[in-house]
Design a protein around this ligand. Sequence first.
Ligand SMILES: Cc1cc2nc3c(=O)[nH]c(=O)nc-3n(C[C@H](O)[C@H](O)[C@H](O)COP(=O)(O)OP(=O)(O)OC[C@H]3O[C@@H](n4cnc5c(N)ncnc54)[C@H](O)[C@@H]3O)c2cc1C
Length: 564
Amino acid sequence: MDSHSHVSTDVLIIGSGGAGMYAAIEAARAGASVFLLDRSLIGRGGATVMAQMTVAVALGEETPDHWSHHFKDTLEAGRGLCDERLARLLCEEGPEVMRQMDDWGVGWARKDGHITQAFAPGHDRPRCAYVDFLNTGPAVSKTLRTVVNKTPGIRKAGDLLVTDLVRDGDAVTGAVAIHLATGAPVTIGAKATIVATGGLTRLYRRNSASANMGGDGYALCLRAGAPLIDMEFVQFFPIGHLAPRLIGMDPIMWDPFRYKLGGKLLNARGEEFTTRYGVSEDGRYVITRDLATFAITKEVEAGRGSPHGGAYLSFQHLSEQDLRAAFGPVIDRLAANDIDLTRMPVEVAPIAHYQMGGVIANDRMETSLPGLTVAGEAVGGANGANRLSGNAITEALVFGRRAGRSAAERVASMNSNPYRPQAARPALDLIASATDRDDINTAEMIIALQATMSDDVGPFRTKEKLVRAATRIDELTRALGERPAGDGHAFDMRTLDWFDLRNMLSVAGIVTSAALTRTESRGAHQREDFPGMLPEWRVNQVVTMRGGELHMTRQPVALEAAAQ
Ligand SMILES: Cc1cc2nc3c(=O)[nH]c(=O)nc-3n(C[C@H](O)[C@H](O)[C@H](O)COP(=O)(O)OP(=O)(O)OC[C@H]3O[C@@H](n4cnc5c(N)ncnc54)[C@H](O)[C@@H]3O)c2cc1C
């Protein structure tokens, strides 16, 4: 299997969510040739297209606002761990990308000519823009896809799974991929490579994202030599849909209902219970994600959970007219699922949703490796220990734009493509070494890993659980072995599973060890055996790979003052 296709480009972008597509547009407009690839369909495979809700930006059209207020709220939610330089960029440049998206025709909801913004917990004023009705992410993706299609200089390819970055000397010079339909290897040589592969929630059994979110970008960058930060902070979305069965709708769709209408979180006895955990909601929506996750989990543990193991969310105090006025056609889509909110509550429970940690980047989105830039959820640190609602799409767009610009600037400073075929040889050899093994069942191993992460590395952790998880991850890693499963022919899912598991196990191991080392509770990382937040732990944990070995160190938080 030594023959492979080769693509040469100025800028390679891995992942075509909001971050990747924005980066592609920006780099191409600056004159670079761009190759935008995705393991799924272009613009349809990641979290961006699934995000039906809101984008947090200080536009101040209805209520006066300034990016500095958004910045303050972001830092507060991040519980002292935000990389303040990145958080500032997100807040300061958010309004520009929102207006650019508006010019491109995204269709932000408006009232009296002003972009409407809803209130969400943790924000000090209404700041979350949206596209009615539950259409924000699809509209963002469609708008970017349209602009990508109209922008000269962007080539696109779906169905390409990147298995490794190509590192040559100190620099990254491209990537190696498998064409999923044929099983054929593909090499891509690039002057600049942008990793925009999104998050890692597929590591968990119950998660809000697609099957493509197995943490590939973190593993790719780490193996190439770029360090990761804050990997212990996995955000659980507290009110993910649990029951009754809901088809064709966003599992976290209840958030916009709560933005607009409040709604009551109730336990099995019909009591509003958040006061027990220090937050009086009283039918309103004021509780932050980490506290709501804690409150629901504790009610379930105390035996006061709903039948499927969560809490009830009730809008029964509202009339059908109120619900229709707020959600129009969504009410009919719920009716098609036999859900009538005036007559019944739904059941909700925490669900893995977003990764605060990720690849370390500077304010140009450059990593420590020349030629390697990151964007979107793949970047770590902007949101610290806990992310505010709506900040992730802003992050994808702002960081995507920055990454595209700095990649194009690098390209402009280079005379020739630095890719040399020999640097891709190890990654190609690995693909070629696939064997028809029957000693492992990769599909079962993915299920086993998800069970371990959900049961032992969920929102509430103890040393005992984390050690058990680390042991299980080691066992699964040994079983996976060094050679891919599969026969090298088209449509062999074992090969895809093997490469997915390689990344998932590596990233799961890192989340687990970072969680074990952090002996305190902060934001999304709650240690039941270390319940308090400790001042000495106001540091970021950094993971590096050297000679195949992982190293974990601590570093002071990057403060905004340092960037002045
Ligand atoms: C259901 C849901 C609802 C959400 N709602 C909101 C919201 O209302 N507001 C908000 O701010 N945030 C929300 N988020 C979070 C937000 O959507 C994401 O953080 C953001 O969209 C990430 O954008 P991205 O471009 O970084 O990654 P993504 O949009 O996830 O795109 C990553 C792309 O990379 C591709 N990829 C991954 N690995 C590889 C590989 N090895 N080779 C090739 N391609 C690869 C994937 O197929 C995917 O297309 C939500 C998330 C989910 C899952």
